[in-house]
Design a protein around this ligand. Sequence first.
Ligand code: URA
Length: 248
Amino acid sequence: MGEKIRLDKCLCMLGLGSRSEVKQLIRGGQVRIDGETVKDPDWKLDAEASRIMVNGTPYEYKTVRTVMMNKPAGVLTAARDKKQRTVLDLLPPMYAAMGCMPAGRLDKDTTGMLILTSDGALSHRLITPGKDVGKTYEALVNGLFTEDDRARFASGMHIEDADGTFDARPAEASVLRENEGKNLVRVRITEGKYHQVKRMFAACGLTVLELKRTKIGCLALDPSLQPGDFRELTEAETALLEQTETGR
Ligand code: URA
């Protein structure tokens, strides 16, 4: 049995409106719990175990939600911003109400896999460098990525540029394709310093024209997700995020 919460709070957490709006829904007889109409906003329920219907639509209450998004370009990885669209603006309000936050950051122009979760421990595991969770990217660069560059990535690079100084941990990289003098390079890093991938290529004299994250740990971006699309992870996929990578 889960913890019991008030019906009005539960509906707020599901993103169905403000406290006064959901009270109106409840008092108006629009809410059924386990098949019975409940008109008392203070009524307490085990929300995870109950069948919740509002105006005939079923809602599933889960205290932990983890979402995979294919982040589009032009959107900030942040909870809220006064001026610009954020990744949380792409999700129904329920997710913010449930405490979902991006686990890690992609630049505004970077696309691809982003995990948003209300699970603090999972988020911590994904973003803490010592946990060694790989982040795999595909970078289109404006030139040729040489064997020397690959060796520099592999041995761990010292980065010193206008954004500061850091020693990058060793990173695997390989060229996927060459087209009109540009290389598409797959690179896997295990940390997330500010603009890290772009700065590592810049240290080799290359500019990143496009950057997409394709994998976090053992979990790859679902290819059916179009930019801006998202879906909740299955339990098996969440377990993959918690699994240590072997035989990459
Ligand atoms: N490295 C970058 O330079 N940008 C990102 O968005 C992610 C990794």
